[in-house]
Design a protein around this ligand. Structure first.
Ligand code: NAP
Length: 240
């Protein structure tokens, strides 16, 4: 039976590829993004025509609880949540202003509380569900000049493990997919070609990961035995 899957931050990058891979699995999709709604709507039309699925596209700022509540009111209950939306910030922590800190932690971590708060009660009523959080290797080992980002992803890992314990009795699994360097706008925006090349030299696979590779892992995790829960699964080309 086809599932209804919420994917946050699906307008581009990893979230877009996750949407494509779940659509290929004939799942029905609820997609959202904050800014690039025209791109997201075009993707929704493309996927619904190509795969004969229901695919809805909404504007939702996942860092804003009212916006997530509005999304729930429009979209209704789902079977799978992929918390993918995220933002990065590079710079010294002492140079960071409070607004930027709140934006990073709000988008990357608080958002997981909001999607859980509004979408998990329906999963509990159904007695089943799957939550997959997109994390980062920086959440485990920390990165200089990405302290807020690392802290937010460390929070994602801890939330994953704790919520998995809380929701296991309700038949809901909670796992995270923790990425190394993946070739998307997030890195292209913050790092020069030279810096990216240097990074690739440190990665045993000798290259960045592709968003499609992450997406196929996320689909696999969504299909894994429900007994697998509370796991943070790394995809980083053998880097860390
Ligand atoms: P990306 O290409 O910059 O895309 C980010 C996506 O998140 C976009 O769809 C964006 O929507 C959406 N988004 C940002 N803020 C949002 C908000 N407040 N509300 C709703 N949507 C929002 O980034 P990416 O590389 O695909 O990253 C996806 C996830 O993977 C993130 O959680 C990131 O931390 C994680 N990750 C990425 C890497 C990497 O190397 N790329 C490594 C580790 C982890 P708009 O288009 O509307 O702005």
């Amino acid at each position: 039976m086809s599932r209804k899957v919420l994917i946050t931050g699906a307008s581009r990058g990893i979230g877009r590829e996750i949407a494509i891979s779940f659509a290929g699995n004939k799942d029905n999709l609820v997609l959202c993004c904050k800014n690039n709604i025209d791109d997201l709507k075009a993707l929704a039309v493309e996927l619904s025509e190509k795969y004969g699925i229901m695919c809805e596209a909404y504007v939702c700022d996942v860092s804003d609880p009212d916006s997530v509540k509005e999304l729930y009111d429009k979209a209704g209950d789902v079977d799978v949540i992929v918390n993918n939306a995220g933002v990065a910030h590079i710079g010294l922590l002492t140079d960071m202003d409070v607004t930027d800190w709140k934006s990073i932690t709000g988008t990357n971590l608080d958002s997981l509380f909001y999607t859980s708060k509004f979408f998990v009660p329906g999963m509990i009523r159904a007695g089943s569900g799957r939550i997959i959080n997109i994390s980062s290797v920086w959440g485990a080992v920390g990165a200089s000049c990405e302290v807020a980002y690392s802290a937010s992803k460390g929070g994602v890992n801890a939330l994953t493990r704790a919520l998995a314990k809380e929701l296991a009795p309700s038949g809901i699994s909670v796992n995270a997919v923790s990425c190394g360097v993946i070739d998307t706008d997030m890195n292209r925006k913050h790092l020069s070609d030279e810096e990216l090349e240097e990074l690739c030299e440190e990665i045993p696979m000798g290259r960045m990961g592709e968003a499609e590779e992450v997406a196929s892992l996320v689909l696999m995790v969504s299909q894994a035995p429900i007994y697998m829960t509370g796991q943070v699964i790394t995809i980083d080309g053998g880097w860390l």
